[in-house]
Design a protein around this ligand. Structure first.
Ligand SMILES: [Ca+2]
Ligand SMILES: [Ca+2]
Ligand SMILES: [Ca+2]
Length: 177
C-alpha cells in the first residue's frame, strides 16, 4: 500500500472517531452528521435529511464490511481492512459524497462557496490550512466557488488506497505552498 494511502487511512479513522474514544461506531456518525448539518443552517430540510442518510449509509457499509467481530464498533485493526477491497464502499461513499456536497450547495446552483466548504470540512474535523489547500486545488471560479462534482470526486478519490498524488493528499500533510 502506498504511504499516502496509509496516512489517509489513519487520518480518516481519527476523523470518523468523532467522540475520540478509540472506536468508530454509529454514535460517531450521528455526531459528525449533526455537526455538519449545523454548519450549513441555511440548507433546506431535504438536504439535511439526505446528509444524515448519507452519513448513516456510510456507517452501515463500514459496519457491514469492517466490524469483523460484530461488537457494533470498528477498531483501528478492523478499520485497516478498508483498503483491501475499497470497491465495496464505492456505493456508500458515493451517496455520502453526493449528500455532503449537496448540503454545502444550499442554493443548488452546482457551486460551493469557500466559506461553506470551510465550515463543512471544519465540522468533519479537517484543519483549516489543509481545507483551503484542497479548495484551491479544486480550481475555484473567479467568484471563489468550486464545482460540486469536483469536490464529490475528490471525496471518492480520497478513499482509494491505490492512488497517490491526488488532491486529497492535501488534507494529510501540511501544505507547502
Ligand atoms: Ca468513537
Ligand atoms: Ca468490532
Ligand atoms: Ca451554491
Amino acid at each position: 500500500m502506498r504511504t499516502e494511502a496509509v496516512d489517509r487511512v489513519r487520518l480518516v479513522f481519527t476523523l470518523f472517531d468523532a467522540d475520540g474514544n478509540g472506536f468508530i461506531d454509529a454514535d460517531d456518525f450521528e455526531l459528525m452528521a449533526n455537526r455538519v448539518i449545523a454548519a450549513v443552517p441555511e440548507a433546506a430540510q431535504a438536504r439535511q435529511s439526505a446528509a444524515l442518510s448519507g452519513f448513516r449509509a456510510f456507517w452501515g457499509a463500514l459496519a457491514e464490511e469492517l466490524d469483523t467481530n460484530r461488537d457494533g464498533r470498528v477498531d483501528f485493526d478492523e478499520f485497516q481492512a478498508v483498503v483491501l477491497a475499497p470497491e465495496r464502499f464505492d456505493e456508500a461513499i458515493g451517496e455520502f459524497a453526493e449528500a455532503l456536497t449537496a448540503l454545502a450547495d444550499p442554493d443548488g446552483d452546482g457551486l460551493i462557496a469557500r466559506p461553506v466548504f470551510a465550515e463543512v470540512m471544519t465540522a468533519i474535523g479537517f484543519a483549516l490550512p489543509n481545507i483551503h489547500a484542497l479548495f484551491d486545488s479544486l480550481e475555484p471560479t473567479a467568484t471563489d466557488q468550486v464545482a460540486v462534482p469536483a469536490w464529490a470526486e475528490a471525496i471518492k478519490e480520497y478513499y482509494r488506497p491505490d492512488l497517490a498524488g491526488i488532491v486529497g493528499d492535501r488534507l494529510v500533510s501540511n501544505p507547502t505552498s
